[in-house]
Design a protein around this ligand. Structure first.
Ligand code: RM4
Ligand code: MN
Length: 388
């Protein structure tokens, strides 16, 4: 068993970044179910993110998505966030919703569309300058639906060229985080479908280009922790987009579908020494579904990451190493499973009390009256949404 003081210190320092879009309405491709009280502006999203941080103590940053979070004055947005104890996290570019992007963005066959997409990515770097954000997060919906629709290699050339233009514009302290996704919305080829493709592009760009692992972006059965271990080994794991999935990119609450997988991923992170904020791995959430209340769902996701992390920190590494080196298959597996089966909730409750927080963040939030307050206050205006 690891030193509990050290385990708690690691958990205290572990930072989890929230997605702004999780606080607005979202949905499936069939329907966005609106909820009362959702934010009507990026400022209100910051207020909601601050609630998640207030009750968990470990979520002091919120990623933004442009244009969903477009404002006239990004400096004012960052200042408002800072006043609420929140930093602006990754700036997520959005080159997948304009009509022009029907056949792709940076990989589009038409130069004018590619230029428009690159201009947007550069605008996102300007927003990083204005907000103090360090990470540009890129996910491309680009791809094709039919064999022969476009030239696969030519699309990679176009992607390379666009990524270079943006990489060269990064400021000091900026990173480019490239996210891959197996399929959807494209069904034949996707231009950045997997970690290998993302890594090749990042390696060609330079050390400040790193890969993002979204846990919902793989085929069923893929061993995600293996990918994590390899990217860490290569020094190219920029961060995670955590969410849960049963089928495809379900975006369900983190750790809800497969908490064991989350534990296995965090075990690789801990083993590589990458939990330490100095390692530069961004632990971001990308959970946004449409049937659960937004703020408690984010609190639950944060708590589930903490539980998986606590279990990973409890792995008896000496015993594990000894069993591995002795070829003791059952013993090694038992060491890991012992940690996984530990009920870490009392430990986390104790940690929260030491941090001056309520030991039960969801209950504390629900008792606070904030949910009722925003329903009353946010009656008019247009609710934020990625869909409707
Ligand atoms: C994508 C991808 C991105 C996220 C958008 C909303 O599937 O996961 O990270 O920004 O969805
Ligand atoms: Mn994602």
């Amino acid at each position: 068993m690891r030193d509990l003081t050290a385990v708690k210190a690691a958990l205290w320092n572990h930072r989890i970044e929230l997605p702004s879009w999780a606080f607005g309405n979202s949905g499936t491709r069939f329907k966005v179910f609106g909820q009362p009280g959702v934010p009507r502006s990026p400022f209100e999203k910051i207020c909601d993110a601050a609630q998640v941080h207030q009750y968990t103590g470990v979520a002091p940053a919120m990623a933004v998505h442009i244009p969903w979070d477009r404002v006239a004055d990004y400096g004012a947005l960052a200042a408002f966030a800072a006043d609420n104890g929140i930093a602006i996290g990754a700036v997520n570019a959005n080159v997948f919703q304009d009509d022009d992007y029907k056949l792709g963005s940076v990989c589009h066959p038409t130069a004018a569309v590619r230029a428009k997409a690159v201009a947007h990515l550069l605008e996102c770097v300007d927003i990083m300058d204005a907000t103090g954000s360090a990470d540009l997060k890129l996910w491309f919906a680009d791809g094709t639906n039919y064999p022969g629709q476009d030239d696969i290699a030519a699309r990679q050339d176009r992607l390379t060229s666009a990524l270079h233009s943006v990489y060269n514009r990064l400021g000091p302290g900026h990173r480019m985080l490239l996210e891959y996704k197996l399929f959807e919305p494209s069904f034949y080829t996707t231009d950045v479908p997997d970690w290998g493709t993302a890594l090749l592009h990042c390696q060609a760009l330079g050390p400040r280009a790193q890969v993002v692992v979204d846990t919902g972006h793989h085929a069923p059965g893929v061993n995600i922790e293996f990918i994590v271990a390899l990217l860490l080994r290569a020094g190219r794991l920029g961060g995670f987009d955590f969410n849960s999935r049963f089928y495809a990119d379900d975006d369900l609450m983190v750790g809800s579908a497969d908490p064991f997988q989350l534990f296995r991923i965090m075990h690789e992170v801990v083993t590589a020494g990458a939990l330490d904020p100095a390692a530069g791995v961004a632990f971001m959430l990308d959970q946004s579904h449409n049937i659960e209340p937004k703020i408690p769902a984010q609190i639950r996701s944060v708590m589930n990451v903490q539980e998986a992390t606590a279990k990973a920190l409890l792995v008896d590494t000496d015993a594990l190493r000894a069993a591995q080196l002795a070829g003791d298959v059952l013993g090694a597996n038992a060491v890991l499973m012992d940690a996984y089966h530990t009920d870490v909730r009392p430990l986390l409750a104790e940690l929260r009390e030491e941090m001056g927080l309520d030991p039960d963040p969801v209950a504390a939030y629900l008792a606070s009256g904030y949910g009722e307050k925003i329903i009353a206050e946010r009656a008019g205006g247009s609710p934020a949404s990625w869909g409707a």
